[in-house]
Design a protein. Sequence first.
Length: 185
Amino acid sequence: MALFMPLVCSETWRKIFPLRWLAAITAFSLLSLMPSKAGAESRWSQGVFPIVQFQGYTSHFGPRAGFSGAGELHTGLDIAAPLGSPVLSWWSGEVVEMINDRACGLGLVMASGDYAHIYCHLQKRFVALGQRVLGGQRLGSVGVTGRTSGPHLHWGIRYRGQWLNPDDILRAMVKHKKTARSFGP
C-alpha cells in the first residue's frame, strides 16, 4: 500500500477499520486537529481552492454509504467540476507520489511540511514526481478515472498522519482571507 494512500482508495480499508469504528475515527480526527489548528494559523489565507470551475460538492468528509451500500470512511471532499477543468495545488509543496489504481484512478500526493494532500480522479497530470509546486499551480485536470460516477476531484488532506476535514480548512481559509482584506492597504 502506498505511503499516503487514503483509506477510501485502499481495497483493504474495511479490514483495517470496521464500520463501528468509523464514527470514532472521524470524531477523533476532527476533535484532535480541527478547527483549532486551522483557526490558529493566519497563514491559511495563502491557501488556494483546488477547483477553478466549481459546480458543487458531491460528497463530504466522514462516514457514508459506498458504491456497494456498505458504510465507509470518506477521507476527503468530492468537488464536482466540468471534465477537463483545471485542478490547482492547495498549497506549495513537493509531489511525493503518483497514483494510478482502481479506486483513486489517476492521482497524486503532495507533501507540504506536516501536511499531505491528495488529488484523485484526474484526467491528466501536469506535474512530475519530485517536482516542487507553488500554491495555485495547475496539477492536472478533472477526470472520471478510478471509482467514480462523474467528473470530480477527490481532495483529501492529512496532518501528521491524521485525516482532516477539508471543509474546516476551507472555512479557515475564507476567515483569514476576509481578515487580511479588512486590515490590508
